[in-house]
Design a protein around this ligand. Sequence first.
Ligand SMILES: [Zn+2]
Ligand SMILES: [Zn+2]
Length: 342
Amino acid sequence: MFRGPMDLEWEDVETPRILDPRDALVRPLAVARCDLDPAIAIGLYPMKGPFVMGHEMVGEIVGLGEAVAGFKPGDRVIVPFQLSCSACDPCKRGLTNACSEVASGTAFGLGPHGGVDLGGALAECVRVPWADVMLIALPDNVDPITAAGIPDNVSDGYRCVAGPLRERPESDVLVVGGLAPSVGLYAVMAAVGLGARSVVYVDDDAERLGLASSLGAEVVDARGSWTELRLDRKFPIVVDANVLDAGRNLAFRSVEPCGTVTSVSGGASAMSSLPLQKMYNKGVRYEIGRVHAVATARTVLNLVTNGTLDPARLVSSVVPFSEAVAGMTASGTKVVFVNDLT
Ligand SMILES: [Zn+2]
Ligand SMILES: [Zn+2]
């Protein structure tokens, strides 16, 4: 339970139960720490508690409403973090983070960030509405720890490069890393896997630079030089996972005319300034917004099962639920919590 900045604890809550015949009850098995979670936990990203954290989950079905046809108790499933009905107009167009059947932003493990608090994955049980369309069967040969980030961060990194690379195959890709640590590196992994001609990764963190290099990126160490940094070429596809102004400005400086910059965060403050005149003169397509989790996660799972993506390569530690309070703010690119509750 997130009660407030640096105030996390285990607490008894009401046991979820089937409220609609289309619901499933899922017992989380593995829960990945989203890049946003530590920022929430320490108060860097202000959120009002209390709410149960955890929104990247793989679990096991322990209960089903009578209208659910596609799953049975005991099935292992991936649970995309945003709630989507898959039937409304935005959902049918693939804009599943904008489902018109629920309040904007409705998601697991983010409390009032969405209109409806669905509970979080760091728990014994979670109720999942619209189970037949929300849940994705986990193949037997995919480990829950490997798949735990698919509901959000792995899919987020993938979508930053997949669309632009579809339009411009075999392009050079730049990823500016930073405070969305795993999303930036998943973008690197996806760009390499999807056939980018080259992938350049910029960051000021030695561990992440090493990971990016191991994934096949050329790395540029930005330590001490963000504002002066000039790369030796421009890129048609740029990902900003840095979150801070200096990283975003590097992304805009480094994109080639009529290229695409995709931002995976809204920055560190409510209002930020953009170099709009330079962007206009250059012609920059700036994409900013959350991943469409339901619409993206199945494709990403397919890329995991065929070996194109291996999210486990970024897992820095595996922490039992009972130590999740410390694990939520522990260092490391990707913490995965495993359920040891009895
Ligand atoms: Zn998240
Ligand atoms: Zn919908």
